[in-house]
Ligand binder design. Structure first.
Ligand SMILES: [Zn+2]
Length: 219
């Protein structure tokens, strides 16, 4: 999960639809603005592009029974269906860390070790960060149905592929520290808008003793 800078004003349809009995919160102006703001990746698992996008409510509206949530632009997020369904369970209802308000990279540690995804909170007393860490972890590890086994494996495969690209780029950069191209290749992989950026950036952040000059790319 990376920091997202939500754009304003809110999509015009939200205020119009809110006045209707069965108004929609996912008309084209909403989905297009979300897709752009969220770099076309799921804000939870960071798969990119999202081929089965959904407009996710960070705080659930419970069939519009909780006022101010269903059509509230600040409560709408871009996620994949897999993550949206996992997050629908009540344990996440109190709200995961808001990536539009806080920088998740300051609060979460995203790690891939061998074939295991481990996400944890920096502060063990930050409830929202703990919930976000648990949710991101579940998006790779919750294998309680056939569909979820496949969806988790697909994400793990993509993550391993991206990390493989990063390790290769870092190796080439280490062997050719003067090469602008090698440095550029690392920089591109560390952009926040990229797939699984939080994992790649955390890896480099954890190895800054080997690559101190790459700190510039983590800003
Ligand atoms: Zn996802």
């Amino acid at each position: 999960m990376v920091r997202i800078w939500r754009s304003y004003p809110a999509p015009a349809s939200l205020a119009i639809e809110e006045e209707k009995t069965n108004g929609k919160y996912n008309l084209a102006d909403v989905t297009e603005q979300l897709r752009r703001d969220f770099f076309d990746k799921c804000y939870i698992c960071e798969i990119k592009p999202v081929t089965d996008p959904e407009v996710e409510h960070r705080l659930p509206h419970k069939n519009n029974s909780v006022p101010g949530r269903k059509f509230n632009w600040d409560n709408l997020y871009w996620s994949c269906r897999h993550c949206n369904l996992i997050k629908a369970r009540p344990k996440y209802d109190s709200g995961i860390l808001d990536c539009c308000k806080y920088d998740p990279e300051e609060h979460l540690m995203h790690q891939l070790q061998n074939s295991t995804v481990a996400v944890s909170a920096v502060d063990p007393f930050n409830r929202e960060a703990l919930l976000a860490a648990e949710l991101i972890g579940e998006s790779f590890n919750l294998k309680n149905s056939g569909i979820r086994i496949a969806a988790c494996q697909a994400r793990l495969n993509e993550l391993q592929k991206e990390m493989g690209k990063l390790y290769t780029a870092l190796g080439k950069y280490r062997d050719n520290p003067e090469s602008k191209l090698c440095r550029k290749n690392v920089q591109v992989l560390l952009r926040k808008e990229g797939a699984f950026a939080a994992f790649k950036r955390f890896y480099v952040k954890s190895h800054l003793d080997e690559y101190p000059e790459l700190a510039d790319f983590l800003v």
